[in-house]
Write a protein that binds this ligand. Structure first.
Ligand SMILES: C[S@@+](CC[C@H](N)C(=O)[O-])C[C@H]1O[C@@H](n2cnc3c(N)ncnc32)[C@H](O)[C@@H]1O
Length: 215
């Protein structure tokens, strides 16, 4: 059984997990289950990559496109920041109802994380302008928005001037249309070193790239 996440399990996997979970280490269980009150995408391997990257790199300013319901990428980045004792994640969702649900769930169920997450809703180009100026740069960026190569490339280009030497860029859905044009850029640019790529069956594809020192 590939450990994805409880949100991604089918009916039989859910039933098997109810039995198997007691034999699974607590930390691994957390990556699989997330928070019981919050739905989240991304699978165990992707969630671990996010959390461990945050713990290892100790970013101060993180930005994300695609909050969804807040129980996936947002949760694992925010928990990493909380465990570091520093840092803010700016996350944006284009769907107003979804964004409101995510914010409400953090206020109700995850109060310790609230000080590490700024929820935004709407157009990232307008909504993020002030936060980017205040942060002075981006230490970690996650792109996980619409399944659209042009949109993801536009997001990459929007953030690029704000990314410093050593900034981390994580792109989810690395093997689908969503990432295709950004993937081409990263693979053919000496400005980026691709440090990790998660592949099926553990992930639908997720890559971590680090911005290289410019001459
Ligand atoms: C794949 S889901 C994100 C999953 C989430 N990161 C998680 O781990 O649970 C993509 C989300 O991006 C949102 N989205 C699409 N285009 C967007 C945009 N331009 N700005 C912000 N959110 C966007 C969608 O409404 C959807 O909720």
């Amino acid at each position: 059984m590939i450990l994805k996440s409880t949100s991604a399990f089918g009916r039989w996997e859910k039933a098997a997990w109810r039995v198997a979970r007691v034999f699974v280490a607590r930390r691994t269980r957390w990556f699989v289950e997330g928070h019981p009150k919050l739905d989240g995408q991304l699978w165990l391997a992707d969630r671990k990559l996010l959390y461990e990257t945050v713990r290892a790199r100790r970013p101060a300013s993180c930005f994300e496109i695609g909050t969804w319901k807040g129980g996936g990428s947002t949760l694992f980045i925010a928990q990493g920041l909380c465990d570091n004792g520093r840092g803010t994640l700016h996350t944006i969702e284009v769907d107003e109802a979804m964004a409101a649900e995510a914010r409400r769930n953090y206020e109700t169920h995850l109060p310790p994380l609230v000080r590490h997450v700024a929820f935004h809703v709407g157009d990232y180009r307008r909504e993020y302008a002030a936060s980017l100026a205040a942060a002075g740069g981006v230490d970690l960026l996650l792109l996980d928005g619409a399944e659209d190569a042009d949109q993801t490339l536009a997001q990459y280009e929007f953030f690029l001037p704000h990314m410093r030497d050593g900034s981390a860029l994580i792109v989810h859905d690395w093997l689908t249309d969503k990432a295709q044009r950004v993937k081409e850029r990263l693979e053919h640019s000496s400005d980026w070193r691709i440090e990790r790529v998660l592949l099926p069956p553990r992930s639908v594809g997720c890559a971590l790239a680090v911005r290289q020192r410019r001459a």
